[in-house]
Design a protein around this ligand. Structure first.
Ligand code: GTP
Ligand code: SPV
Ligand code: MN
Length: 558
């Protein structure tokens, strides 16, 4: 892009959206305080009495989660979006979006948010600019991304991802603004991977509106990563130090609301082990000069699931949330604090707490924030985990035999659906690499790209599958999870005492109810995978078909 495109783009958006005012954000504390104060005065935010510089708000009940049915990938060729994405012709979609955005910011301020995904000085980072009419989005982007004069200056000179967002509720003079403006009837979350553009209309919540997160750092970035030879993944990154002082880094992909934030901030139940948090949701991973896989966290904050978070389950998150945090859709106590399921009972002023209620907070406040998280080159990854919510079949942990077998684990991932996305709960669905809602191109090409990455790596990370959610016949979790997950990481750190099974290497020291491989369940799993993989037609890599056949053959023998 040419220098000065920043200003001409802003001018064209202003002409299209017709806001009352324009504000270019500087990312400063004063700016945050001023916008927060304005929102409090307007009754849109509640300042919390128990937590300094912290706020509570409630979204419209129609706007509480990601909306996959309103999400589009508009590549020129439908085959570049693939069978797991909704494709629309880019030119047709542009016409629709121009109509929706025409005059949509009347009566509102248009905020320009220059941001950087990743450490500002990293060659792996990317610039983005989000234009939005939501002050709530501005506050969240302050916490979730790197902003400031240096980023703004670079956006005036260098290419950036263009994100345009509107809640989709223009105001006529004198018309009152709803507490949480949104326009669910005309909701569109639209991506143009080829031109690195995002157009999001009608929602103000989470990944629909904080465009640096899922839209930029996953959907657009995954397409860029395919072109440039790296990986943009829905993964946490953690540092793990054993009692002897040896440190490694692990990345893990679990679908939404399946335990990434909890694992990334784990407080070990086994003495002597230490966990540090690099990131809780997204990893950008490159092949380093040394042939290892290196990861940065493009984000600067957490947008985490509130319910279930407590001093017992995730004390490090609780300590992160003592100040400078935003809480959305949690309950509110009578003495002006927030509450959700899992916290000690309190007299409540607003009792409703949505299962996808979330906190937004800067990563720097996490007591176990890894100092290497700010390293421009990232951290070297020695193991990758894939996990989902599975009542049955998948053992607590298993280790793949090779990179290709590990890629097969990723492609085979399925999980019971959660409240993070709109739709039915607890239904088993395929979610390859936990990227089903986030892959910005054809999933078959994505599998192939993972196999290709393995060829580039001199020392590829070992790949594991994990499952914290196996249940007994009477429906109880068999594994305590949370801090106890260190026992699984301990084995990943040093996979000794393994037994080879048809599906992978499995540790022998756990209760067999957690790790046994049920032949009938796996035959069913294979049938289901054969059916699912057929969806990708001739784009399904033959290496993965070979893995499936090999698994079938092994199951006959073991
Ligand atoms: P997204 O932010 O949506 O990507 O979610 P996430 O993958 O970061 O999930 P998170 O760590 O926020 O956990 C989601 C829910 O799962 C919370 O209610 C947790 O309490 C619960 N959970 C997390 N880890 C475990 C575990 O080890 N065992 C059990 N039983 N529940 C867990
Ligand atoms: C997820 O759903 O995986 C999230 C929340 O991390 S959102 O940003 O809304 O996508
Ligand atoms: Mn997520």
């Amino acid at each position: 892009m040419k220098p000065n495109d920043f200003h001409s783009w802003i001018d064209s958006v202003r002409t299209l959206c017709r806001p009352d005012a324009v504000h270019v954000c500087d990312g400063s504390r004063a700016e945050f305080d001023r916008i927060a104060a304005e929102m409090v005065r307007a009754g849109k935010l509640t300042a919390l009495r128990q937590r300094p510089r912290s706020f509570w708000c409630q979204s419209d009940p129609e706007d509480v989660a990601r909306v996959e049915e309103d999400t589009y990938i508009c590549s020129i060729h439908p085959d570049d979006a693939g069978p797991t994405n909704q494709w629309k012709d880019p030119e047709e979609m542009r016409t629709v979006m121009h109509r929706l955005f025409s005059g949509c910011m009347q009566g509102r301020t248009m905020y320009i948010i220059p941001y950087c995904m990743g450490p500002v000085r990293s060659e792996h980072s990317q610039l983005g600019v989000e234009i939005t009419d939501s002050p709530y989005v501005v506050l969240n982007m302050h916490l979730m991304t790197r902003m400031g004069p240096e980023v703004l200056a670079r956006c005036e000179q260098e290419p950036f991802v263009r994100g345009l967002h509107s809640v989709g509720v223009p105001l006529q003079p004198g018309q009152p603004d709803p507490a949480w403006p949104c326009n669910p009837k005309h909701r569109h979350i639209v991506h143009f991977p080829e031109t690195r553009e995002i157009w999001s209309f009608g929602s103000g919540y989470g990944g629909n509106a904080l465009l640096g997160k899922k839209c930029h750092a996953l959907r657009i970035a995954s397409a860029v990563a395919r072109d440039e030879g790296w990986l943009a993944e829905h993964m946490l990154i953690l540092g793990i130090t054993n009692p002897a002082g040896k440190k490694k880094y692990i990345a893990a992909a679990f679908p939404s609301a399946c335990g990434k934030t909890n694992l990334a901030m784990l407080q070990p139940s086994v003495p002597g082990w230490k966990i540090e948090c690099v990131g809780d949701d997204i990893a950008w991973m490159h092949v380093g000069a040394d042939g290892q896989l290196w990861a940065i966290n493009p984000e600067a904050g957490y947008f985490g699931v509130a319910p279930g978070t407590s001093m017992q389950t995730n004390p490090n998150a609780m300590k992160t949330l003592t100040h400078d945090a935003i809480f959305t859709n949690t309950a509110l106590t009578q003495d002006g604090d927030i509450w959700w399921d899992g916290l000690p009972p309190q007299p409540l002023k607003i009792a409703s707490c949505h299962p996808n209620s979330r906190f937004t907070v800067s990563a720097k406040q996490c007591p176990i924030y890894d100092s290497a998280a700010e390293n421009p080159q990232g951290v070297p990854i020695s193991a990758i985990l894939f996990g989902g919510r599975r009542n049955t079949t998948i053992p607590l942990v298993m280790e793949s035999f090779s990179w290709a077998h590990g890629v097969f684990y990723g492609a085979s991932l399925s999980s019971e659906t959660t409240a993070a996305a709109k739709g039915e709960l607890g239904k088993l669905r395929h979610d390859p690499f936990a990227m089903l809602p986030f892959c910005g191109y054809h999933m078959g090409d994505y599998f192939d790209h993972w196999l290709w990455m393995g060829q580039k790596l001199v020392k590829p990370p070992r790949i594991y599958a994990v499952n914290w959610f196996r249940k007994s016949a009477d429906g109880k979790y068999l594994w305590p999870g949370f801090g106890e997950n260190i026992r699984v990481l301990e084995w990943v750190f040093e996979p000794t005492n393994a037994q080879k099974t048809a599906v992978g290497n499995v540790p022998q020291h756990f209760d067999s109810a957690l790790t046994n491989i049920d032949h009938a369940e796996w035959m069913h799993e294979i049938e289901e995978l054969e059916r699912y993989f057929a969806l990708f037609g001739n784009k399904f890599p033959k290496e993965l078909s070979a893995e499936l056949q090999a698994l079938k053959a092994r199951l006959m023998v073991y």
